[in-house]
Design a protein. Structure first.
Length: 317
């Protein structure tokens, strides 16, 4: 890897290290969140309240110094609160666009499934096209544009489902999980007097993030690995393990995630392990285990690993 790319890779590593000053353990979750930002893929963080989902996302926001806003999703939140609306200006005798919360570089969509599907759908255009359309006029979103959303379990009170189209627009998802006993003790000690989140300082800026996002798209992928990736996606459609297979958008997200993982590992080329490491995080939220397989396979992530085991791993890289 050339010197410039190494410098950018080091900057990305510095972001993860900075987050670790707040978050105890959770190295995999921190890496996946940083991977999402570096690739430009939106991230969905799932788990019960109180395990650090919001703190993790805010730690990333403070580490990169982007224009940040937190949107607390509630049942009475309206689409106009997110994307904005046109309002009448009596002085100019015309309608003017009043920006919504989406007009920021880093958005924390907190407890996203507490808002109705109607409100959630206001993010669809923004997540896919980096624009919002209001009353026939399209407005460009800032760059970079990144959403980190938190989601509570579906069996909780006051929860709405996330539409499949919205789930497919999230590139990465993961669960926080409970800390170990030692980690929980460390959390008590770290937060006993003051929150380290309040003292966290940025370690890079918007220009660096944009350079990183440009650099990861230049990471080389051999044709054999693209064929291997397409084979994985194809098995999700033909194996019968899932109700329906992954979309072509999932293929694009998996390729970009693999390129970013290679970049974070200090390489300018992708190897099969990059694809295998990223596949569960890219596919788990998009797929549902079929009725025929549910007695044998309890969760989607296990099913993705089963798909990976069905295909021979390319060699010689």
């Amino acid at each position: 890897m050339e010197k410039a790319l190494k410098g950018l890779s080091k900057s990305a590593a510095g972001i993860a290290e900075n987050i670790s000053r707040v978050i105890v353990g959770k190295e995999r979750q921190i890496k996946l969140l940083v991977l999402g930002l570096c690739s430009g893929l939106h991230v969905l963080i799932e788990d019960i309240p109180g395990v650090g989902k919001t703190t993790l996302a805010k730690s990333l926001a403070k580490s990169v110094g982007l224009d940040f806003v937190r949107i607390q999703f509630t049942p009475d939140l309206l689409p106009g609160d997110i994307v904005g609306m046109t309002v009448w200006n009596p002085e100019k005798r015309s309608f003017l666009y009043r920006e919504g919360a989406v007009m920021h570089e880093f958005i924390l969509a907190d407890e996203i499934n507490r808002a109705s599907p109607r409100t959630q759908s206001s993010l669809l255009e923004a997540m896919q096209e980096n624009t919002v359309s209001i009353d026939g006029t399209t407005y460009k979103l800032p760059e970079p544009f990144f959403i980190a959303a938190t989601r509570n379990p579906e069996n909780f009170l006051g929860i709405f489902p996330l539409p499949e189209g919205e789930l497919d627009r999230f590139g990465i998802s993961f669960s926080m999980g409970f800390p170990s006993a030692d980690e929980e003790t460390a959390i008590l000690n770290r937060f006993m007097v003051n929150s380290p989140l309040e003292e966290l300082k940025p370690v890079c800026d918007k220009k660096v993030i944009l350079k990183i996002q440009e650099a990861v798209r230049g990471v080389y992928v051999k044709p054999e690995l693209k064929k291997y990736l397409v084979g994985i996606i194809g098995r999700t459609r033909s194996s019968g393990i899932f109700k329906y297979g992954a979309s072509p958008r999932a293929s694009q997200h998996l390729l970009l995630a693999a390129q970013t993982n290679a970049f974070l590992e200090g390489r300018d080329f992708v190897i099969p392990e990059d694809i295998r490491i990223c596949a569960p995080a890219v596919l788990r939220h998009r797929l549902s285990v079929s009725a025929e397989s549910i007695t044998e396979i309890k969760d989607t992530e296990t099913a993705v690993f089963k798909i990976l085991d069905l295909l021979p791993v390319p060699t010689g890289f």
